[in-house]
Design a binder for this molecule. Structure first.
Ligand SMILES: NC(=O)c1ccc[n+]([C@@H]2O[C@H](COP(=O)([O-])OP(=O)(O)OC[C@H]3O[C@@H](n4cnc5c(N)ncnc54)[C@H](OP(=O)(O)O)[C@@H]3O)[C@@H](O)[C@H]2O)c1
Length: 243
């Protein structure tokens, strides 16, 4: 699969932006996405000569309308990457219904609205590949004691990966990548303890966004043609380090 339309949700910055660059380098026609139009998104659009779309994935109506408009304007994608996400630290004991809805809104709901629209059409079109960006926090052994709501949402994304891989086999492959600590704008929320954890994996450092992007691009490519329903952990061995 080269030269396909590749829609990357949440590609205005961070892991999504790095993934857009990686898919562009593989020859895909990338469609960039952010929550709202902005200079970062526009600058990446100029860099990659790629169209940009903007809609709020936490808003069901906006997400449904946005993905339909994006596919109508720029073509039905054969590759879909869902990298949009937020990680707000809310202590479990203090969490409200609004916090729970907030954790699931963009991290899970947006993926559901987008894939409900695209997957039947991708299957009818002859196939493709979906990669969901999860987190090590969604993997049981490395679920967080500080961000339980985020961990729950990312675990749901891993489960969705399996459900959709089964439902859309053999035409569309659906996989996930579970990054560990990665140096993006999300580091702005890291305190000293988080930085310590970020360096406590077997490789002794957090990942760079391009190191996650290369795993996403691999799963989206024909090199992964026999891989579906899997979550590939890219955490520098954090889950094995016993720290
Ligand atoms: N960085 C890490 O350490 C780490 C570790 C594990 C997993 N992850 C996961 O990796 C993914 C990417 O994270 P990142 O570190 O690259 O984050 P980031 O730099 O903060 O980028 C987040 C992206 O998601 C988009 N987004 C957020 N809320 C949105 C909404 N309501 N509607 C539409 N788009 C929205 C942002 O768009 P705008 O720019 O328009 O806001 C941006 O493009 C996330 O799913 C995150 O949970 C990150």
């Amino acid at each position: 699969m080269t030269g396909c339309t590749a829609l990357v949700l949440g590609s205005s910055r961070g892991i999504g932006a790095a993934t857009a660059r990686a898919l562009g380098a593989q020859g895909h026609r990338v469609v960039l996405h952010g929550r709202a139009p902005g200079e970062e998104l526009a600058a990446l659009g100029r860099e990659l000569a790629a169209p940009t779309v903007a809609f709020d994935l936490a808003d069901e109506a906006a997400a449904r309308r946005g993905v339909a408009d994006a596919a109508a304007a720029h073509g039905l994608p054969r590759v879909v990457v869902y990298s949009a996400g937020v990680n707000r630290v809310v202590p479990f004991e203090d969490a409200s219904g609004q916090d729970l809805a907030g954790a699931f809104g963009v991290n899970v709901g947006g993926a559901v609205w987008v894939l409900q629209h695209l997957l039947p059409k991708m299957a009818a079109q002859g196939g493709g590949a979906v990669v969901l960006v999860s987190s090590i926090r969604g993997v049981d052994a490395t679920a967080s004691d500080r961000t339980a709501l985020y961990s729950m949402a990312k675990a749901a994304l891993g489960n969705l990966t399996v459900s959709l891989a089964k439902r859309y086999a053999p035409t569309v492959r659906v996989n996930a990548v579970a990054p560990g600590f990665t140096r993006t704008d999300m580091v702005a929320t890291w305190d000293e303890g988080a930085w310590r954890q970020a360096r406590s994996n077997l490789l002794g450092r957090p990942a760079e966004p391009r190191e996650i992007a290369s795993a996403v691009a691999f799963l989206a490519s024909d090199a992964a043609a026999h891989i579906t329903g899997q979550t590939l952990v890219v955490d520098g061995g954090y889950g094995l380090s016993g720290k």
